[in-house]
Design a protein. Structure first.
Length: 255
């Protein structure tokens, strides 16, 4: 008789991320080129945004830290910008689509609202838990060291859970942008483009570092790359699947 095989239990945060962040099955097109473009437009744009400044630091070891700091700040800024950009782009889309289709939006908004709420909640859990742990340590450790350590441990646990969920959720967010694909297939691409230009304009007008010999248009490389990739994705959605931006199509059949 064959012995029982121990199957490792799936990580609970991975399960939650899949439940809340993955779009409905009938909203995801079975189109390999589009899937590749969706994976490339977000991470490819960020990679280009970092790579365009590499020649400025390649021969200057002292500038490498500044380059890493710029990249780290940009990555930390992305979740907060996304939580603002995604609703704004979605609202703008809803305002300009053809009036006869607006009545079918209610059921499509449930998924994006759930995904955005779950992401925001775990982001607050991670950031708020860390800040609370620091505050407790500074304010109460001398008076109540035992209780403070217990409270800090609980906060750290919350931080760990929040970060774990966000790590599992990021791949889905980068591709489907809080399940806005359930509203229209073009929305994730449009949100990514808006995000890329926000990061680029931040780098142009509010840079962390003034790079010597840095052309004004250099930081725009990532945004331009993201826009081109998203443009190809939108073109294929129209040519291959007949999807128009201002027309809220029926739920797409997987094909």
């Amino acid at each position: 008789m064959t012995g029982a095989v121990n199957v490792p239990k799936e990580h609970k945060d991975r399960v939650l991320a899949r439940r809340w962040m993955e779009p409905r099955g009938d909203a995801v097109l079975r189109d390999l080129p589009i899937a590749l473009l969706q994976a490339l437009r977000f991470w490819g744009g960020l990679a280009v945004a970092l790579a365009v400044k590499w020649p400025l630091v390649a021969n200057e070891s002292g500038l490498l830290v500044l380059w890493l700091r710029d990249g780290g700040f940009r990555l930390l800024l992305v979740p907060f910008l996304l939580l603002v950009t995604a609703p704004l782009v979605t609202v703008a889309y809803i305002l300009i689509i053809r009036p006869p289709t607006q009545g079918r939006l209610g059921e499509r908004l449930r998924g994006p609202l759930t995904a955005a709420g779950a992401f925001l909640g775990h982001l607050v859990l991670a950031v708020g838990g860390g800040a609370t742990a620091v505050w407790l340590g500074i304010a109460f450790f001398d008076e109540q060291p035992v209780l403070t350590v217990v409270a800090i441990t609980v906060c750290i646990y919350g931080v760990a859970r929040g970060i774990a969920f966000l790590c599992f959720a990021v791949p889905q967010v980068s591709r489907h942008m809080f399940r806005t694909v359930e509203i229209h297939q073009a929305l994730p691409a449009l949100i990514t483009v808006a995000l890329a230009w926000e990061l680029a304009l931040q780098d142009v007008f509010f840079p962390l570092t003034r790079w010597a010999g840095d052309p004004v248009l250099l930081p725009l490389g990532g945004a331009v790359a993201t826009t081109l990739i998203a443009g190809i994705e939108l073109w294929r959605l129209y040519v291959r699947h007949g999807m128009r931006f201002r027309l809220l199509t029926a739920r797409p059949a997987n094909r």
